[in-house]
Design a protein around this ligand. Sequence first.
Ligand code: SF4
Ligand code: SF4
Length: 308
Amino acid sequence: MGFFTDSTLCIGCKACEVACKQWNQLPDDGFRLTGMSYDNTGHLGASTWRHVAFVERESPLPGQGSPRDGVEAGARAFEPLRPLGQAGTTSPLADDVSPSHIETPVALGPTAQAMGKFSWLMLSDVCKHCERAGCLEACPTGAIIRTEFGSVYVQPDVCNGCGYCVSACPFGVVDRRADDGRAWKCTLCYDRLEGGMVPACAKACPTASIQFGPIDELRERAAHRVEQLRARGVPQARLYGESAASQPGTAGLRAFFLLCDEPEVYNLPPDPVVPTKKIADSWWAMAAGIAGLGLAAVGVVLSARRAA
Ligand code: SF4
Ligand code: SF4
């Protein structure tokens, strides 16, 4: 199971952030504006497991000329996605894993903001639940496990607060709480999944920007959405981390994204690599170094004997 987050449908309402905090009983972050944007949470952290990033750019969206043109072009480009197989009916996927309101497309995010030469890109960021997770591989206590749903879960009763997972995450997701130092992050609403429910953020998202379900179905849906956007004049539409082939450094993400610009624009690393992936190379390099030193020592001894 996993998340497909379609940034083109996000309206920046932060319903996902609120739903996540409510369900997981996370404290607020002070509700202060950062001073850099209209965002009032800033980044993922121990008490923010979903974060809606506001990327403000002096760059128009595709087809955006005058403010009026922008609204019309945006409306065409960002018409929301219906579940695959749905032609006036509800797909099985929509019944099982999508919010019920997915059948009723609502007002669109970037459309309203696509004015003149300014545009907002919005993205609800979250733990990526990497197929190869740096946090999990670095944790010395076994506190981080892979669940039966494929998600990466931190067990708070096992965590000792050492912080290795924090530096091992290539996305800066895991964070320790100031009071007891233990590590916290998105659980993919493990308790809700156990009860047969959808994660709180996906349930609350009014535009279906956050979609939850079987990872293969999400990939299929995402590929269809990219094709749809490109056909509507958004050539920059691309997926981020949808497969091992597209992101070998993490072996793919179980929470992947549809973006409309380079990953760096959304504060995502373009080529993330799990630090532990380099360990084998390091050991081989060290072994080669030691072997080289040994050969050099043998050479010195042999030449000393010859000279004697
Ligand atoms: S490495 Fe980071 S993004 Fe990947 S599962 Fe761990 S916390 Fe999440
Ligand atoms: S802080 Fe906790 S979860 Fe992170 S590596 Fe240390 S023991 Fe594991």
